[in-house]
Design a protein. Structure first.
Length: 344
């Protein structure tokens, strides 16, 4: 019978990478102190030799950092302020600190994995749907649950834990609200798709139009970018059409407000001439004139549940190793920006 194969050691990694064992240790503990070329060589050697991150974790992670790394696509974005506050408050109540980073470079997944490998963070909390989470699977190995929770507005990687809102169903309710007011000519400003699947709010818009037996006109769908500038661009686009919709479902509040502001400058008033409904319920939406009707995302709940889910994984209190799925419901908030056509 063959003797059991010994697990690879840090010396094996060093020989494979043609560096010293001390350099391997620095790459695993403080990667920022090592050149990128050396770091890449050592990381490759770790994978090639089978000195997996799990084995490294048994050596390096005897004490937790008690820190969660949180990646957000735009820290200054008003949508994330409430979420971040809930993240920090909930983490502190469980004895954890929070590191916050914005979007980073061409390969942010590599940067995030360096944080995890070097023991500066115990887990990853992702609000950035542009990250390629498939690259993060290698951090912990195939048979170990990744300490990562994703919370963003697209269907996440099915292999990771997620806390998301009901984007598709909420979009359907937004269109149903406009339909109930009497609108039949309804347009949409979509957001960008962040993975290989179509934007869920656009899918929900199309589904609702079909269910309400309304025509989905492709020239009434504008590809936006979740910014006020994108909403202003949509206003210019709709104004130049031979026939404008009487109502628009904007993929987020910023685009909805940008649309209203730009149309007003052209003499087109909301809701007198056009109704607009947004998505998110950021703080300015209630205080804008007209106050924006919107689908309110439970932002505080998103932040709180995402952190609690991640910490429960870290502390091994989850009952199953299967990926966790939490789906939260958005709420229709009716304000001044929607009205019956011709009655604003």
């Amino acid at each position: 019978m063959d003797a059991p194969k010994k697990p690879p050691t840090i010396q094996d990694v060093a020989r494979h990478a043609q560096v010293s064992a001390a350099t391997v240790s620095r790459v695993l503990s403080s990667p920022e102190r090592v050149s990128e070329s050396t770091r890449d060589r050592v990381t490759k050697a770790v994978r090639d030799t089978g000195y997996t991150i799990n084995q490294a974790a048994r050596t390096l992670r005897m004490q937790r950092a008690k820190t969660i790394l949180t990646a957000m696509p735009g820290i200054g974005n008003p949508f994330y302020s409430t979420i971040l506050d809930a993240v920090v408050t909930t983490a502190a109540s469980r004895g954890y600190g929070v590191l916050v980073t914005g979007r980073l470079g061409d390969d942010p997944a590599k940067w995030l994995s360096d944080y995890y490998q070097s023991n500066r963070a115990d887990g990853l909390l992702l609000f950035d749907g542009f990250l390629d989470t498939r690259k993060l699977h290698a951090i912990t190995g195939a048979n170990t649950q990744m300490p990562l929770v994703a919370a963003y507005d697209e269907l996440p990687d099915p292999q990771i834990n997620s806390v998301i809102t009901d984007n598709l169903q909420a979009a359907e309710r937004a269109v149903a609200h406009l339909h109930a007011l009497g609108h039949r000519r309804i347009g949409h400003i979509s957001g960008p798709s962040r993975n290989t699947f179509p934007n869920e709010r656009l899918v929900g818009f199309r589904k609702a139009m079909f269910e309400q037996r309304l025509e989905t006109r492709e020239d009434w769908i504008f590809a936006g970018d979740y910014t006020m500038a994108g909403g202003r661009a949509a206003a210019g686009y709709f104004r130049n059409l031979k026939e404008m919709p009487t109502a628009v479902f904007a993929g987020n509040d910023e685009m909805g407000i940008g649309l209203i502001a730009a149309l007003r400058k052209a003499g087109i008033e909301c809701p007198r001439d056009i109704s607009v409904i947004g998505f998110d319920d950021i703080s300015i939406s209630e205080n804008y004139s007209p106050a924006l009707t919107t689908m309110r995302q439970p932002r505080e709940e998103i932040g709180r549940i995402a952190v609690e889910t991640l910490i429960n994984i870290l502390e091994r209190t989850v009952p199953s190793s299967e990926p966790i799925r939490v789906l939260l419901q958005s709420e229709l908030v009716v304000r001044e920006s929607t009205a019956a056509p011709g009655r604003g």
